[in-house]
Design a protein around this ligand. Structure first.
Ligand code: ACO
Length: 333
């Protein structure tokens, strides 16, 4: 995943957009559903409220809204797209791919479209693959979406997970870089032996959906949160440092760190270990919770709109999620 230097072959981000459902669920709403408190949730996770999709809204609907905004920002029409990658762990259905549903809805033609499943790290994975497609000459204009509706696989009786999970989508348009700005480096990693710590046990080919699997609640997201926590911080630190090194940069060069928004304490610990002060860290977990593959583009879009990102800025993005997967990307804006 290393390119020795910026060259004409790599990609740059030419448009960014995001979308979240209108429905807001506060910690006080959750207090009425499970044995928890606003105080516990805020202290342990940093979350105050999150957006939850209604019954009619699926991952492709949020993907579409985010994609339209990113394409508008980029000044790119659907006809110009060469590839659509949707990173998601909560596709509309197992197949066809959510990327194909999006391709149809956008009206894109003659375009490669596929889903990518890397849990909460999906957006970083998607960006790396999109960058690679452009470098390999497989296309000039690639749409990368990170989108999840985790609420659809949430067990609303499980206080260890339901207070964290939320819905959203973010999208970028990539084009060949013809100057200093672009994706400088990406680092991707995984460790499948840790998969059982964060998984959706049934509904796939190992345990197809049956009345029993539904009755046992095996279609819900299951997580051993405190074990995930420990691993997440170490992995995100390592990945950020590796990606920085590949780009020939150090933590002092980072203008903005955009970490996956899983838990404020994970973000704080990662930033501290990497050596980036919190004033240069992007967080919106207080208002959005954990939106999985959407969290990085959602946070970055907010930072961009708030004027926190300027041309030439070095942005470090890092994520960790189910698989386990993790990864980082260094971008010169
Ligand atoms: N309200 C009140 N008490 C709670 C709640 C809650 N919502 N949830 C758990 N508790 C209790 C536990 O039962 C436990 O009680 P006990 O001591 O009596 O047994 C106590 O709080 C401590 O539980 P821990 O799990 O040790 O709490 P921790 O400080 O680790 O916080 C949390 C839990 C928030 C889940 C944290 O571990 C976390 O954020 N983990 C990482 C999650 C993550 O990053 N996931 C990856 C991304 S998700 C994806 O990829 C789709």
């Amino acid at each position: 995943m290393k390119r020795e230097s910026r060259n004409a072959k790599g990609a740059r981000v030419v448009g960014l957009g995001s979308a979240a459902p209108e429905g807001v669920m506060t910690n006080f709403d959750l207090e009425k559903m499970v044995e928890t408190s606003d105080e516990w949730i805020r202290a342990r996770t940093g979350i105050r409220e999150r957006r939850i999709a209604d019954e009619k809204t699926a991952t492709s609907d949020l993907s579409y809204l985010a994609a339209r905004k990113a394409m508008e920002a980029a000044g790119v029409s659907a006809r110009e797209l060469d590839g659509i990658i949707v990173a998601t762990a909560t596709p509309d259905m197992l197949f066809p791919a959510t990327a194909c549903l999006l391709q149809d809805r956008l009206g894109a033609r003659n375009v490669a479209a596929f889903d990518l499943e890397a849990g909460c790290s999906g957006f970083i994975y998607g960006m790396a693959i999109g960058d690679g497609m452009i470098a390999a000459g497989l296309g000039e204009t690639i749409l990368v979406v990170g989108a999840d509706t985790l609420s659809k696989v949430t067990d609303w009786d499980d206080r260890g997970t339901c207070v964290l999970l939320a819905d959203g989508a973010g999208a970028i348009v990539l084009k060949p870089s013809n100057g200093p700005s672009g994706i400088l480096s990406t680092h991707l990693a995984s460790d499948g032996s840790l998969g059982p710590l964060l998984c959706q046990p049934a509904g796939g080919s190992r345990r197809p959906a049956t009345t029993e699997t539904v009755q046992e609640g095996l279609h819900y997201l299951k997580m051993k949160g405190n074990e995930v926590f420990k691993y997440a911080v170490r992995a995100m630190e390592d990945s950020t440092n590796r990606a920085l090194k590949m780009a020939g940069l150090e933590s002092k060069d980072v203008d903005l760190l955009v970490p996956h928004q899983a838990n404020y304490r994970i973000i704080e610990a990662t930033a501290k270990r990497v050596g980036v002060p919190m004033e240069r860290v992007c967080t919106n977990i207080d208002r959005y919770g954990n939106t999985s593959a959407a969290s990085i583009p959602l946070a970055l879009d907010e930072a961009l709109k708030a004027g926190r990102v300027g041309e030439g800025d070095i942005i470090a993005m890092v994520a960790f999620g189910a698989g386990f997967t993790w990864g980082a990307a260094i971008v010169r804006w």
